[in-house]
Design a protein around this ligand. Structure first.
Ligand code: XMP
Length: 319
């Protein structure tokens, strides 16, 4: 549409004016915002851009691969993919307190990002996919990689990459505008239409200790749930939908055998900004199909429940 394309040209020009012939590092999280920022930057400054994708191993099923394929093969954007799953999971071992999980992930993220950014020779700028709501401190108020970067403004001993000048091309935009811009830039609508995803990723959807096995179980259940939501044509009516893996075992029967496995909670909410939210009123048959498939297809889960808590008094995430 005309407005978006004029806007895009304006933003491209602004980036060129700010950056000149400097080198820019862009942190990719796997999410929509940083992806749109990266594609916009690439359009503006081409090979002066290097993207650094710190893969925590805590993304949704297949998401890391999708991001890498799209950036490298489709857009040809220089991308450093750091597979840091072992490092994150190692540091998370034995950690079950939600805030400690966030801090641990934030700390490991900064260490790794700093290390990788230092390898990009001659970089003078750091680009982030900060949105207007992040600027006014709402969505990321509970921390996570993006908030960690911001909170480091306030402390002594800045990591090296904070000596870089910030480029935040999306900082005047809301989520729906970022999505429209992404489509304008040629990103697949299904990609930019993905639900928001928290920086600490699946770690805060696994109450209790996060282990590689539990992450794998949750990824499978979550993928099935989202698949059923998409098939029912409901994905775009929902602000966020995800599965949570509870550290609770209950008894079930499978064939003529007794099972004693974990519980999966399904969450779906409508919202406009994440600040308040209502639980989503599913048609029962959609929930039923998702539950049946999760129990049949995911080893380790034998019961599924649906969360009918709105925000407030609940939060969207479970931790
Ligand atoms: P809550 O759970 O606070 O979530 O109702 C509101 C919105 O924020 C996201 N969220 C986070 N995003 N780091 C992030 O980057 C975090 O630590 C974090 N915690 C929650 C959540 O997914 C929802 O969109």
């Amino acid at each position: 549409d005309w407005t978006m394309s004029a806007f895009r040209d304006e933003m491209v020009q602004k980036i060129r004016d700010q950056v000149g012939d400097g080198r820019v590092i862009c942190g990719l999280s796997g999410g929509v915002d940083s992806s749109v920022a990266a594609v916009l930057l690439h359009e503006a400054i081409g090979d002066q851009l290097t993207c650094v994708f710190v893969d925590t191993g805590l993304l949704r099923h297949n998401e890391a691969e999708q991001v890498v394929t799209m950036f490298r093969d489709h857009y040809n954007i220089p991308l450093v993919h750091v597979d840091a799953a072992d490092e994150f999971l190692g540091q998370l071992s034995g950690v079950s307190d939600p805030e400690t999980k966030r801090k641990t992930i934030g700390r490991v993220f900064v260490e790794i990002f700093d290390r990788e950014a230092a390898k990009v020779e001659g970089a003078t700028f750091l680009a982030q996919g900060t949105l207007y709501p992040d600027v006014i401190e709402s969505v990321s108020a509970r921390g996570g990689p993006s908030a960690v970067i911001k909170s480091h403004h306030n402390v002594g001993g800045l990591p090296d990459y904070m000596k870089l000048k910030l480029v935040e091309p999306l900082r005047e935009l809301f989520k729906d505008e970022v999505r429209a811009l992404g489509v304008e830039l040629g990103l697949p609508p299904a990609f930019v239409g993905r639900h928001p995803f928290p920086g600490p990723g699946l770690a805060i959807r696994i109450p209790g200790e996060v282990t590689p096995e539990r992450v794998a179980v949750l990824q499978k259940a979550d993928a099935i749930y989202l698949d059923e939501i998409r098939k029912a044509g409901l994905y775009d009516s929902i602000w966020q939908a995800f599965a949570v893996l509870l550290p609770v075992r209950t008894v079930g029967v499978m064939g003529d055998a007794r099972t004693y496995d974990e519980v999966c909670a399904l969450r779906a909410v409508t919202s406009t900004d994440g600040m308040t939210a209502d639980f989503f009123e599913f048609p029962w048959e959609v929930l039923g199909r998702a539950a049946t498939r999760i129990i049949n297809e995911v080893k380790g889960i034998n019961r599924v429940v649906y969360d009918v808590t709105s925000k407030p008094p609940g939060t969207i995430e479970w931790e």
